[in-house]
Write a protein that binds this ligand. Structure first.
Ligand code: DGL
Length: 276
């Protein structure tokens, strides 16, 4: 018997970096992905607005019968996890900030950690607080890199423009011998720019990819769910699960840009445009 799908949402196509990792790890699962492309970016909006949008995304996915919700957007995780858990108390809601903070603290030798994310994530202090809770002695440097979101959505992920923007954002952080030894990509749009970001980092800086750590947190959490709720499963999956694609605007654009994030071709016809 098929289990209900896992719901995943982001402001746009960034969360597809999380979904890609999840589908690779759990190929038999069914997913519903919602990109709130009509209202992107979330990162420059107030926390109140992002909470409202997140609750609307979640309500739509819950109405479609998801069994758990992955907030594949750090900006939404930073502001909305409590509100989502309060509104949907029986739903497992998984965000990415905590797992990214844990990975950074584990990776850093000097405990000087840089976090780049959207303006909303940085201004709300979610990563700074999560890292400090794990190690009060750590020193966190941050930069809001809002332009990276637009570049990722535009597909400008490599080449001289991407590197120049990466240099402009990162050079001030990594310019002396007290510089951080670990960088958190605290936005699910940023992993597609990883090569350009690495190209301007000093050698040896470790990069924590919040899309991968969010996916890992989901796997860990779902493993617990599987163990406790259905002891007979799972069999080794052989059949590829289905993915339902939802966006709030422009199916053609979602298919074109999203396909590169996913690493597979998406057809505009397969994307359902919804109104939240
Ligand atoms: N992908 C989202 C995140 O992880 C943010 C993009 C946006 O600003 O909408 O924070």
């Amino acid at each position: 018997m098929n289990r209900p799908p896992i719901g995943v949402f982001d402001s746009g196509v960034g969360g597809l970096t999380v979904l890609r990792a999840l589908r690779a790890a759990m190929p038999a699962e069914d997913f519903i992905y919602l990109g709130d492309t009509a209202r992107l970016p979330y990162g420059t909006k107030s926390a109140e607005t992002v909470v409202r949008y997140s609750l609307q995304c979640a309500a739509h996915l819950v109405a479609r019968g998801i069994r758990c919700l992955v907030v594949a957007c750090n900006t939404a995780s930073a502001s909305s996890l409590d509100a989502l858990r309060l509104r949907f108390p029986h739903l497992t809601v998984i965000g990415g900030i905590e797992a990214g903070a844990q990975a950074a603290v584990a990776a850093s030798v000097s405990q000087r950690i840089a976090v780049i994310a959207t303006e909303g994530t940085i201004n709300g202090g979610a990563y700074q607080n999560a890292i400090q809770r794990l190690n009060a002695a750590s020193r966190v440097t941050t930069a809001a890199c809002s332009l990276f979101v637009a570049m990722a959505e535009e597909g400008w992920t490599s080449g001289p423009i991407a590197e120049a923007v990466a240099r402009r954002y990162l050079q001030p952080i990594f310019n002396d011998d007290q510089a951080p030894d670990t960088l958190v990509l605290g936005c699910t749009h940023f992993p597609v720019l990883a090569a350009s970001i690495r190209a301007v980092l000093p050698a040896g800086v470790k990069v924590v990819d919040s899309a991968m750590t969010t996916a890992a947190a989901v796997l860990k959490q779902l493993h617990v769910d599987v163990d406790t709720r259905s002891p007979d499963s799972p069999a080794i999956p052989v059949i590829r699960g289905a993915c339902t694609w939802l966006a709030t605007d422009d199916a053609a654009r979602f298919a074109r840009v999203g396909g590169t994030f996913l690493g597979e071709t998406l057809s505009a016809d397969s994307i359902e445009i919804i109104d939240l």
